[in-house]
Design a protein around this ligand. Structure first.
Ligand SMILES: [Zn+2]
Length: 458
């Protein structure tokens, strides 16, 4: 069915224009004023509202066996939550562990999403070891349309790779034109510091942060950058959390390393005092890298405003309170992660506005940059003739509060509980079909498609 979004203010990187957007056969076909459209077209009046390209969350976990349990969402619940919050595409981390076969893992992750996601999706393929069959398997995965990898410098003996495996992964990625995303913390130091703290009886959630201090993340970031520099591969630091790591990344950028930086919602809005709350309240805020000293929030916002940080994801990873309690005797056993997929756009918009960050930056770090880095542009990440009609009509007059009581994510808490939002999507489309309206899912379940992506980073 054809769709006309009439008279909104269309916001893309470098442009703001009052116009109509007409979509047919899943793509935008005309942009202009006072468009005359065929009878039967669904017409949405966007007067007084903003029209953004569908937002992209470049870092989520949905199917995830981790720390003796599974993250709570399915693709059905996560995609509905995403759409209500204005995210029309997410990139999930496909995370088989060291003992799993990579190709079998890739197929398993794909099967979980297929027919279940209501929004479009893609994967970053985790490389958690490098053995004889790894190269041929990764080539097959890239040929299948998954053109980004993920490595973990942390999580020794589970997801983590050693320096040799990192080198091999980056060298191959360089040859294939694939970008490598990396979780940058020094695995050895984390393991030693955890051991030491536990031996001293320091087992409450507040000790999670000291077990992986800022310097440990800065070391991982710097080492990853040095390996990129010496292999020529393109890289992307996921969930960079603090000033020390940012400085390591910026130093690398300055000397020409092909490195991009992602921050995630929790590190912009929360700080370590949340994880210092006693017992279960603190456990809810345990993630890695951990929540940091508060001044880092401002550092990351400034870096974002200036374009030193490329994208904002969520690292969406819901574990409920029962699961968090697996770590009641030691922070080492608390499943790491916090949900965020539903609230990212609204909170970024709201706080970004308070900080006077322009809509041009907002649309870039919440949508366009991710599309460009990960081979989705201009199909996704912009509003242009020929782009997928993923559109978010945004009501800047809406006022509300983030709460577990109204969320659609499958979890029994919300880490951003009580935060106010000043604006939310009033209409969200995926390839021309209305999927969400005013905080409700109104679309077709399982409509989401796997997005095949070409390698771009030669
Ligand atoms: Zn993650």
């Amino acid at each position: 069915m054809a769709l006309l979004i009439r008279n909104g203010e269309i916001v893309t990187v470098g442009s703001r224009v009052q116009a109509d957007v007409y979509a047919e056969n899943e793509t935008v076909t005309t942009i202009g004023k006072n468009l005359v459209v065929p009878p039967g077209t669904e017409i949405v009046d966007a007067t007084g509202k903003l029209v953004f390209p569908g937002f992209i969350d470049p870092h989520v976990h949905i199917y995830l066996p981790f720390m003796a349990t599974y993250a709570k969402d399915t693709h059905e619940t996560a995609s509905i939550a995403a759409l209500i919050g204005g995210t029309t595409t997410y990139i999930e981390m496909c995370c088989p562990n060291r003992n799993d076969d990579a190709l079998a893992g890739y197929q398993l992750w794909k099967s979980k999403a297929s027919g279940n996601s209501a929004c479009d999706y893609a994967f970053h393929m985790s490389v958690t070891k490098f053995v004889r069959e790894t190269e041929s398997q990764l080539r097959e995965i890239v040929a299948d349309g998954t053109s980004s990898f993920k490595i973990f410098l942390a999580y020794k003996n589970f997801f983590g790779v050693d320096d040799g495996e990192m080198y091999q992964t980056l060298a191959l990625a360089g040859r294939l034109g694939v970008i490598v995303t990396a979780h940058c913390e020094n695995a050895e130091l984390v393991a030693r510091l955890q051991e030491q703290l536990v031996a001293e009886g320091k087992t409450e959630p507040e000790w999670h942060e000291p077990s992986r201090p800022e310097s440990v993340e800065a070391e991982g970031t710097g080492r990853f950058a040095t390996f990129l520099e010496n292999t020529g591969a393109a890289g992307y630091v996921v969930h960079l959390s603090c000033e020390k790591a940012l400085n390591a990344a910026l130093a690398a950028k300055q000397r020409g390393v092909r490195l991009s930086v992602e921050v995630v919602l929790p590190h912009l809005l929360l700080d370590k005092s949340f994880a210092e709350r006693p017992g279960i309240e603190g456990m809810k805020y345990v993630m890695s890298p951990p929540l940091r000293a508060k001044y880092n929030n401002e550092t990351l916002w400034s870096a974002l405003a200036l374009g030193f940080v490329d994208t904002v994801g969520t690292d969406h990873c819901p574990f409920d309170t029962d699961q968090k309690l697996l770590g009641k005797d030691s922070f080492v056993n608390i499943p790491n992660g916090i949900p965020g997929i539903e609230d990212r756009v609204n909170l970024l918009y709201t706080i970004g506005k308070r900080k006077r960050i322009g809509l041009d930056r907002f649309v870039d770090f919440a949508s366009t940059r991710a599309a460009k880095l990960f081979g989705l542009f201009p199909r996704k990440g912009t509003i242009a003739i020929g782009s997928d009609a993923d559109l978010v009509v945004f009501d800047t007059n809406y006022r509300g509060t983030v709460s577990v009581k109204t969320q659609h994510v499958n979890n029994d808490y919300n880490g951003f509980e009580g935060m106010t939002i000043e604006g939310r999507p009033s209409l969200v489309t995926v390839r021309g079909k209305v999927q969400a309206r005013d905080g409700k899912f109104v679309g077709e379940r399982g409509r989401g498609r796997f997005l095949k992506r070409e390698p771009k980073h030669f």
